[in-house]
Design a protein around this ligand. Structure first.
Ligand code: ADP
Length: 400
């Protein structure tokens, strides 16, 4: 039995989950918050109350030491010592064109992640800090990096190139990379298992709809296109991100409002999407509530979202020359039946037909009887996917 610690390090936070990779059970999980500000940790063990402690954390090294203490000492412990952790798996946002799959961390990998910082300036430095903190505090325990971009590296040139001067691709790596790759890979594999057919025979569209949303076309097990781009800003409108817009809007609005490029970028990332349209919230539960109360713009924001997702489904069915399985996942995809209904309505011409009773009563298979496309709701589990990649790579390492 291998015990794998999965780490997702953000700029001032560090989330962790300890997995038993035989049973897939989470033995403990938690989050260190406000790292470098003051510090607070929440730690939970299944069957026990969540433990909360305010404790100073100057950096991710301090946070890592606290995680080890909570995992191995006192009432919160689930391990007798640190040596019980077999490996650590890290979520890393951007692997550029360098990484097509998960890898064991070594000096070369650390350097390559560092090189991708310009592509993922908000996340990669934090992800790297998490890796370096673990190398220092948990010396000798193998580490694996799992990239959000890796699964999408199979996209053909025609899908990943932007129609810009080619030199920007050559000099600066400007191309579509795509994100949520670990989720798209995990969910498409689960979907194939669910329908009981080899993924190599299936044309699957995965709609990962959460705070950030992305759609991908998975043909015969390989991603051939995805809606996010160089950064997670492209694609459908999201909680606070605009998704795709006419690029000329930037200069137009900057001139009209007298704002700088960094203010504009902040608006596109933090004040747009369904929050921007509705002025109500980025959370779909709040939007549903506001719509019920008669708020017109909340209803419009929801419509814009579902319409954009529907258009990607049409585009990707065309790109793949057909569709066998349509999958919904992540916070909205798993929990918001109204969105699933609105997205799939009118797609009968593709063979998509949803049974509304099933859609509204927590079924995994929400397809109507006789539908040629299976429409599924499959919970994503990026942390488990990271743990399993880590286990596979570490087992190979031991065998060699
Ligand atoms: P993130 O991209 O940050 O991981 P999530 O996948 O949790 O985000 O998605 C957040 C969105 O999912 C919110 O808009 C929220 O309305 C919706 N959501 C999450 N959980 C539920 C739930 N249990 N019921 C209804 N909606 C939910």
């Amino acid at each position: 039995m291998l015990k794998i610690l999965v780490i997702n390090a953000g700029s001032s936070s560090l989330k962790y989950q300890l997995f038993d990779t035989d049973t897939h059970d989470v033995l403990a999980k938690g989050i260190c918050e406000r790292i470098g500000i003051d510090g607070k940790v929440k730690h939970s063990v299944p069957g026990h109350d969540t433990y909360v402690e305010e404790v100073e954390m100057k950096n991710h090294g301090d946070a890592t030491r606290i995680v080890i203490r909570l995992l191995t000492e006192g009432d919160t412990a689930v391990l007798s010592s640190l040596s019980e952790i077999d490996a650590i798996g890290h979520r890393v946002l951007h692997g550029g064109s360098e990484f097509t799959q998960s890898v064991i961390v070594d000096d070369r990998v650390i350097e390559a992640i560092r090189k991708c910082i310009p592509l993922g300036p908000l996340h990669n430095p934090a992800n790297l800090t998490g890796i370096l903190a673990c190398s220092e505090v948990m010396k000798g325990i193998p580490q694996v990096a799992v990239f959000d971009t890796a699964f999408h590296q199979t996209m053909p040139e025609k899908a990943y190139l932007y129609a810009l001067p080619y030199k920007y691709y050559e000099k600066h790596g400007v191309r579509r990379y795509g994100f949520h790759g670990t989720s798209h890979r995990y969910v498409s594999q689960k979907a194939a298992e669910f329908v009981g057919r080899p993924i190599e025979e299936l044309k699957i569209i995965v709609c990962h709809l959460g705070n950030g949303s992305s759609i991908s076309a998975v043909k015969y097990g390989k991603c051939i296109d995805t809606s996010m781009g160089l950064t997670p800003l492209e694609g459908v409108p999201m909680g606070t991100r605009s998704g795709s817009i006419d690029p000329a809007i930037l200069e137009y609005v900057m001139n009209a409002e007298g704002i700088s490029i960094s203010e504009m970028t902040e608006i596109l990332n933090k004040q747009s999407g369904v929050l921007g349209i509705s002025g109500v919230s980025s959370d779909f539960r709040d939007l549903d509530e506001a719509k019920k109360q008669g708020n017109r713009l909340a209803a419009v924001a929801l419509d814009c979202f579902s319409y954009a997702v529907k258009k990607y489904i049409g585009a990707y069915a065309a790109a793949m020359g057909g569709l066998d399985v349509l999958v919904f996942t992540a916070g909205i995809g798993e929990n918001n039946p109204d969105v699933r209904r609105d997205v799939t309505e009118g797609l009968e011409f593709l063979g998509v037909r949803v049974d509304l009773d099933k859609n509204y009563s927590k079924h995994n298979d929400i397809s109507a009887e006789g539908a040629t496309v299976r429409t599924l709701v499959i919970p994503t589990n990026e942390e488990l996917a990271i743990a399993m990649d880590t286990r596979d790579l570490v087992e190979k390492l031991v065998k060699h």
